[in-house]
Structures are given as C-alpha cells and as structure tokens.
Design a binder for this molecule. Structure first.
Ligand SMILES: *Cc1c(COP(=O)(O)O)cnc(C)c1O
Length: 369
C-alpha cells in the first residue's frame, strides 16, 4: 500500500465558487486565474470545472500551452505579458492575450512580425508599484501601442494592493479612472478580495467601469482572501482541495512526557496521541505550532509538537474512536462532511492559504474524490 497521504480536488466546489464570482460581479466576465498550476490544484484537474469561466489567466507560457492542449479555444491572458521577444511568436500562434506593463514590451511588439494582430492589456501602476506604467506614462504608452499594426485591441488593466484590508481600493480606482478617462477599451480589474468586497461598488459606481473583466484566483479554490475578518462560510465558498492522510501510530503519554524533535510539547497529564503520515516534505507547514487545527475522524483536534519531515503528531483527547488507519484531514473536507478551512491552518502557521496550496509537494498523489 502506498503511503496514505492524498490530495483531492473537488470539482463541485470549483464550480460553486466560480458561480459565487458571477454572483458578486454579475456584469463582468470572469477570468479564472490558474497560475502556479491552478494554485497547486493542477490545471488539467480543474479544467472541466472551470471551463464555464470566460477565460483563463496565468503567467507561464508553458501553462498556456497546456490549456490549448486541453482544446481550450477561448481567451487566455498572460498576466505578466511576455518575458522576451520570441515569446510573442507563441502569442501569435496560440492566440494569447498579453499584458504590456513596460516600454520594452512595446519595443518587442513593434519589432514582431505577425499576420495576427494581438490583443493586449495595458497595465497601469495605480499605486501597487509592482508592474505597470505610471499614470504620467500611461497615455503615451497607449498611443504608441495604438499606432502599431501588430496590435489589434487595447484593454486597460490595474491591480489592487489592499482589496482585502482597511485601505481598500478607492484610491487606486480613482487613479485608474483618471489615467484612463476617455481611453477606449475594456477594463480588467479586481482580484478575489476586490470581487467579494468591492465589485458591486467598483463596477457599478461608475459607468466607465461597468461590463468588465474580473480576475478571480484564491476564492475559486475556496479560501477567504480577507481571513480572519471573513471566513469562507461568510462568502459561501467551498474548499476545492482536501489534503488528507491517516494515523499510522499511536502513543499513550503520561504527565511530563515530551513529543518529537526538540521536545517541543510536554504532556500535562495522561493523553493519547496519533502519528500522522504527513510532514513538511509533503508541503505541510513546518511552522505550524501546537494548536494548529486538524480533523481526525471528522472531529476537530490539534497538532502537537514539531512537524517533522514525514510525520506530525495530533492530540487524540476526545477522539476515542481514533486508531491506526483513522482518517486525518489536514485541510479541506472530511468524509463526514466536516470542513477544516485551509485559512485556519495557514493563519496558525503564520502564512496564507495561497502558500499552502502552492506548496503541496510533488510526492503527494492526487486522487479522485
Ligand atoms: C494572482 C493574480 C490575481 C488573482 O488574485 P487572487 O487574490 O488569487 O484572487 C489577479 N490579478 C493578477 C494580476 C494576479 O497576478
């Protein structure tokens, strides 16, 4: 028997979460963001459930090729655009739409020989200070692109830094509106946090922002981008991934007994613990401290002691039915239907759900639900 660890992708949850994006941004078309191999879920595994999206957004050209190999003929958006001039050949051949965020990318387009004019997304740096033209440089970039025979349609794009937090998006929306005022073309805005928290305002508040594209990533996969202020249940999102394993050993401890490397946990009385076949070499965060939630036989309990490479230990107090072979859910959905949101595990380990999803190790097999 293989080691019992397993990752499962729930197509029903992906479909449901996509429908939630449509609920929050009813007038917009939805990009399913599938970068980083669909946030660790696997593009091929998610494709059927997400093909109801209006397009797929990602940034790795090899991932774009995989989508075309799945016979996806709809829009694909390269969120970071091309990395070197010859990438434009692939864009021509596979009809990839691409972001233009710097002058060099315009130079490359101007030198590109193609029969197929490209659709590009001109990106404004509206305050994030990652990719994009400053408001002062935006119009001349637009004018240069607009004069190129290589360019067919220019859409306008920006990215929000604080959609999940107190600062919000108003200042960036204002910068975007000012820089793009009376420029033609579709607008693409909004990551998950902006879709859930601000889309109705952002897309309805101003006529120029209506009927747009939004870019949904993390919410598709069933995580609340603004945890812990909001939880997946508040947004009615469902976990798209379950990471599960089994108990492969148990120990009975007495008061004063310690557990694992560094003796990081000490029992303060008699207790039973379970040893789970999951460790940091599977992508479980090593920094998850004692108290990180876990489900054993669908019952919520906690990780104790230090996470090691191949194993971690859990408290079996109150889970009397548990023994060798019992189901352990590290995050996601238990057989009983109980859910452990990945956000809670990530937060306990001092990180975010994105990192955990993307870090599931290659040695973890994916199975059908
Ligand atoms: C990753 C990404 C998104 C999606 O962000 P989520 O927070 O996962 O919804 C949207 N837009 C851009 C440009 C991105 O890089």
């Amino acid at each position: 028997m293989p080691r019992p660890i397993l990752a499962t992708v729930h197509s029903d949850a992906l479909r449901h979460n996509l429908s939630r994006a449509r609920h929050f941004a009813p007038d917009a078309r939805v990009w399913a963001v599938v970068k980083a191999n669909a946030y660790g879920h696997g593009i091929e595994r998610c494709f059927d459930a997400l093909r109801a999206a209006d397009g797929f957004a990602l940034l790795d050209l090899a991932e774009a090729e995989r989508l075309r190999a799945l016979d996806w003929r709809g829009p694909i958006h390269l969120l970071e655009g091309v990395f070197e001039p010859r990438d434009l050949e692939l864009c021509s051949r596979l009809h990839l739409w691409h972001t233009v965020h710097c002058t060099e990318q315009i130079d490359w387009l101007a030198a590109h020989k193609t029969q197929v004019p490209h659709r590009v997304f001109l990106k404004l740096n509206s305050g994030m200070n990652r990719l994009g033209f400053t408001p002062a440089a935006f119009r001349s970039a637009w004018a240069r692109l607009n004069a190129l025979p290589q360019v067919d349609e220019i859409s306008l794009m920006t990215h929000f830094s604080d959609a999940d937090g107190a600062r919000g998006i108003a200042h960036q929306v204002a910068a975007f509106e000012e820089a793009t005022a009376d420029l033609p073309g579709e607008r693409t805005l909004c990551n998950s946090a902006a879709i859930l928290r601000h889309a109705k305002h952002a897309l309805r508040g101003s006529a120029s922002l209506s009927a747009d594209w939004v870019r949904e990533g993390i919410a598709l996969y069933g995580s609340a981008p603004d945890f812990p202020e909001k939880r997946v249940t508040d947004w009615d999102l469902q976990p798209a991934m379950t990471l599960s394993s089994r108990i492969i050993g148990t120990q009975s401890l007495q008061r004063g007994d310690t557990v694992g490397y560094g003796s990081a946990f000490t029992a303060d009385g008699p207790m039973r613990i379970g040893v789970v076949a999951c460790g940091y070499a599977d992508g479980y965060p090593r920094h998850a401290p004692t108290g990180t939630p876990v489900l054993v036989n669908g019952v919520r309990t906690r990780v104790i002691g230090r996470v090691s490479m191949d194993m971690l230990t859990v408290d079996l107090s109150g889970v009397d039915t548990a023994g060798i072979g019992s189901e352990v859910v590290l995050w996601g959905r238990a057989g009983s239907g109980e859910v452990l949101p990945i956000d809670e595990v990530a937060s306990s380990a001092g990180t975010i759900s994105y990192e955990l999803m993307c870090a599931v190790a290659p040695r973890v097999p994916f199975g059908a639900p």
